[in-house]
Design a protein around this ligand. Structure first.
Ligand SMILES: Nc1nc2c(ncn2[C@@H]2O[C@H](COP(=O)(O)OP(=O)(O)OP(=O)(O)O)[C@@H](O)[C@H]2O)c(=O)[nH]1
Ligand SMILES: [Mg+2]
Length: 635
C-alpha cells in the first residue's frame, strides 16, 4: 500500500502552544535554535513529521511546519504556509481569539488553504466552552466554518488522540497535491553539511525531483544538479509533490542560494512585473492600520512561496482599495520572482507590520493589459483559476499568439492538460495550432492573408524571381515574434506555397523572364560562352538593372553558378572545366594554379575561387601550392 503525503502547518497567536502541541504529537521539538530555547518563543520555522492511519486504514504521512506566532515574525510564518494542505490552527483556551490568530487566518485565506483543524490548546487551564463558541463565530463566514475544533492539553494529554483522528479524517478526505510535471521547491533553509555540501530544504509542489536531475535555481537561473534527496532523514530516489524535501545540490555554494529562492527544472525567465487579482479581507477594519485604504502606487511587500520582495501596487480599475474590495492590479517588483499564473501571494504593508491583502497571480510576465476587454479576460481568469480551458483561452486572447513551451508552462497545468485544452479550442475553431504556436484564429488569418498578398505581389512585380525573399516577408511582419513567423511560413508551405532557397513562392510559380529582358538574356549567354573558362566578371555582366535581374534569374534557375564573389560560370562549363582539371592532374601530376590556368585557357580570377570551391567539394586538395586529386576521384 502506498503512503499518501501531505503538509500541515501550524498557525495561531504567540504562546498559544503550537510548538508544545507539535512536540506532543510527534515527539520532535520544532524549536531548534538556541535563541528560541532561551526566549521560549518560536522565531523561525520548525519541522516534524506525523504518521497517521486514515479511517479506512490507509497510511498517511504529514510533514509538519511549525510557524512562529509572534507579530515580529509573521514574515517567517508566511514562508511556512505557502504550499500546505491543512492548517493546524491553534487557539489557547485561556486567551481566545487574538490578533495573530486573526492575521494568520487571513494569511491562510489569501493563500487559499482549504482545510483546517482547530486545536483548542491549554484546555487544562482555559474556558473551552466559551472559547469554542468564540472560534465558531470567528470562522462563520470562512472556508473553515465547519472545521473540527478539538480541545487539547499537552499537560494532561487530553484530546491528543482525538486531534490525530481529526487530522487523519481531514487528510483522508483530501487529494494529495497535484503532479502537473512542473516541480518547484521554495527554499526555506540552506545549510552545508561536512562531507556532503550544500543542502536546501523546502516543500515540493507541482512535480517530482529525482536523484541526479539537473535543476535550475531561480530567479538567478543558476544551474545545479541534485546529488541526493531526503525527506525527514530518509534517502529517496524521487521526491513527490507535498513532501518536505531536502536536496543536496552540487555546483552551488551556500552563498549563492538563500531562503526565497526556488528550485525548479525550468529555465524560463523570472519576472519583475505581474498582473494579479488583489483582494483585501472584509475582516480588516478601516480604523486599524492594516485596514487603511491601499492607494495606487503604494509600496508593499509581496510574499510568494518563501520569498518576499518589495512591490509597487497599482490597480488597473480603481484609485484605492478598501477592505472587502478586489481589483486587478499591476505589480512592479524590486527584484524578479519565478511565479506561475494561479500562484497565491500575501501583501504586507511597507513597514512590514500588517498584512493588508493577498491575491492570485493572473499573468506572470510583463504586460500592459489595461484595455477593458483585457481586464475582462483577466477577471474571468481570476474567477476560475483552476480551469485550464479558461486559462488557455484567455492566454491566447491576451497575447494573440502563444508558444506552448514558453508561456503556457508558467501555469498550474500539465502539458497534456494544456494540449487537450488547445485541441478543444482548435476543434471549436477558436484558434489555429501550428507547430509550437497557438494563435487566435482572427489574428492568424489576418497575418496569413497579409503574407499571401505580399508573395503574390512579388510574383507579379518580378516574375523572373524565385519568389519573395523571406527576409523581406519578415520585415513586413516585424511586429510578430520570430517563432510565430516561422510557424506561419511552415504552415504556408504545407499548402500552396513552397520555400525555394532564401525565398517563398506559390507552388505554381515558375520564374519567367519578361519579353523585354529576353534580348538581355541572349547577350549574357553569349558573353558567358565566348570564353567559357574565362568569361567576363560579374561586375562587367551586370552593367544595368536589367542585366542584374537576368543574371540573378540565371543563377536562381541553376543555369549559372556563382564560383566566387565576382566570378560566374555557366553550369555546363563548370562541369567541363572540372573534368579538364581532373584529367590534367591525372596525366601530369599535382598542378599549380598557373599551370591549370594556362592549360585550360582560364585566368587567376576564375581559377583561384574555382579551385577553392573544388577543394571544399572534395574534388581536389591543396598540397603546398599545388592541387592533387582527392583519392576518391583518383580511384
Ligand atoms: N497549561 C498548559 N500550558 C501549555 C500547554 N501547551 C503549551 N503550554 C505552555 O504555553 C507556553 C507556550 O507554548 P509554545 O508551544 O511555545 O507556544 P507557541 O504557540 O509555539 O509560541 P510561539 O511559537 O512563540 O508563537 C509554554 O510555556 C508551554 O509550556 C497546555 O496544553 N497546557
Ligand atoms: Mg512555537
Amino acid at each position: 500500500m502506498t503512503t499518501r503525503h501531505f503538509i500541515i502547518a501550524t498557525a495561531g497567536h504567540v504562546d498559544h502552544g503550537k510548538s508544545a502541541l507539535v512536540k506532543a504529537l510527534t515527539g520532535t521539538d520544532p524549536d531548534r535554535l538556541p535563541e528560541e530555547k532561551a526566549r521560549q518563543i518560536t522565531i523561525d520555522l520548525g519541522f516534524a513529521e506525523l504518521n497517521l492511519i486514515a479511517p479506512n486504514g490507509d497510511k498517511l504521512h504529514a510533514g509538519i511546519v511549525d510557524v512562529p506566532g509572534h507579530e515580529d515574525f509573521v514574515r517567517n510564518m508566511i514562508a511556512g504556509v505557502g504550499s500546505i494542505d491543512l492548517a493546524l490552527l491553534v487557539v489557547a483556551a485561556d486567551d481566545g481569539w487574538m490578533p495573530q490568530t486573526e492575521e494568520h487566518l487571513q494569511i491562510l485565506t489569501y493563500l487559499a488553504v482549504q482545510r483546517a483543524v482547530i486545536a483548542l490548546t491549554k484546555s487544562d487551564i482555559g474556558r473551552s466552552g466559551v472559547v469554542t463558541e468564540q472560534i465558531r463565530n470567528q470562522l462563520r463566514e470562512t472556508v473553515f466554518a465547519c472545521a473540527p475544533i478539538v480541545p487539547t492539553s499537552v499537560r494532561t494529554s487530553e484530546g491528543l488522540e482525538d486531534l490525530k483522528s481529526a487530522i487523519a479524517s481531514e487528510l483522508a478526505a483530501m487529494n494529495p497535491q497535484r503532479d502537473y510535471g512542473k516541480p518547484r521547491l521554495f527554499v526555506d533553509r540552506v545549510f552545508t553539511l561536512r562531507g556532503i555540501g550544500t543542502v536546501v530544504t523546502g516543500t515540493l509542489t507541482g512535480g517530482r525531483f529525482r536523484r541526479g536531475q539537473n535543476i535550475m535555481v531561480q530567479p538567478q537561473k543558476l544551474p545545479a544538479r541534485i546529488r541526493s534527496i531526503q525527506s525527514h532523514g530518509v534517502e529517496l530516489d524521487n521526491a513527490q509533490p507535498g513532501m518536505r524535501t531536502a536536496l543536496n545540490l552540487s555546483d552551488v555554494t551556500i552563498d549563492q542560494i538563500k531562503r526565497g529562492d526556488l528550485i525548479t527544472d525550468s529555465d524560463l525567465l523570472a519576472s519583475s512585473t505581474l498582473i494579479a487579482r488583489i483582494e483585501r479581507s472584509s475582516r480588516l477594519r478601516g480604523k486599524d492600520p492594516a485596514g487603511h485604504p491601499l492607494k495606487n502606487g503604494s509600496s508593499a511587500y509581496l510574499h510568494h512561496g518563501t520569498s518576499r520582495v518589495a512591490a509597487r501596487v497599482t490597480s488597473l480599475e480603481t484609485d484605492k482599495l478598501e477592505p472587502g474590495q478586489k481589483t486587478t492590479a499591476h505589480l512592479k517588483l524590486a527584484s524578479p520572482i519565478f511565479a506561475f499564473a494561479g500562484d497565491r501571494f500575501v501583501l504586507r504593508d511597507g513597514s512590514e507590520q500588517h498584512t493588508i491583502g493577498g491575491g492570485i497571480v493572473l499573468y506572470p510576465d510583463s504586460a500592459n493589459h489595461r484595455e477593458p476587454n483585457q481586464l475582462k479576460l483577466l477577471s474571468v481568469r481570476a474567477a476560475a483559476p483552476d480551469d485550464v480551458n479558461v486559462f488557455v483561452r484567455s492566454e491566447i486572447a491576451l497575447r494573440g499568439f502563444v508558444s506552448r513551451t514558453a508561456v503556457l508552462n508558467k501555469s498550474h497545468f500539465s502539458a497534456s492538460e494544456i494540449s487537450q485544452a488547445l485541441m478543444r479550442l482548435q476543434r471549436d475553431n477558436e484558434i489555429v495550432l501550428c507547430e509550437e504556436i497557438a494563435a487566435a484564429r482572427n489574428l492568424w488569418q489576418r497575418m496569413r492573408r497579409q503574407a499571401i498578398a505580399l508573395i503574390d505581389e512579388a510574383h507579379k512585380r518580378s516574375p523572373e524571381r524565385l519568389g519573395l525573399e523571406l527576409t523581406e516577408l519578415r520585415a513586413a511582419l516585424r511586429d510578430q515574434p520570430q517563432n510565430v513567423f516561422d510557424a506561419l511560413v511552415a504552415e504556408l508551405c504545407t499548402d500552396d506555397f513552397v520555400r525555394k532557397g532564401p525565398a517563398i513562392a506559390r507552388t505554381s510559380h515558375r520564374p519567367l523572364l519578361s519579353a523585354e529582358l529576353r534580348p538581355v538574356e541572349a547577350k549574357i549567354r553569349q558573353a558567358l560562352s565566348q570564353k567559357p573558362f574565362d568569361p567576363p566578371s560579374r561586375r562587367e555582366i551586370e552593367s544595368d538593372r536589367g542585366a542584374r535581374d537576368v543574371l540573378r534569374f540565371l543563377i536562381e534557375s541553376g543555369e549559372v553558378i556563382e564560383v566566387g564573389p565576382d566570378a560566374v560560370l555557366q553550369r555546363e562549363h563548370l562541369e567541363r572545366v572540372k573534368a579538364r582539371i581532373a584529367e590534367f592532374i591525372s596525366k601530369n601530376g599535382p598542378a599549380t594554379v598557373s599551370e591549370l590556368r594556362q592549360a585550360l585557357g582560364s585566368s587567376r580570377r576564375i581559377m583561384v575561387p574555382l579551385l577553392e570551391r573544388l577543394d571544399r567539394d572534395g574534388v581536389t586538395r591543396r598540397v603546398g601550392d599545388r592541387r592533387v586529386l582527392c583519392t576518391i576521384h583518383n580511384a
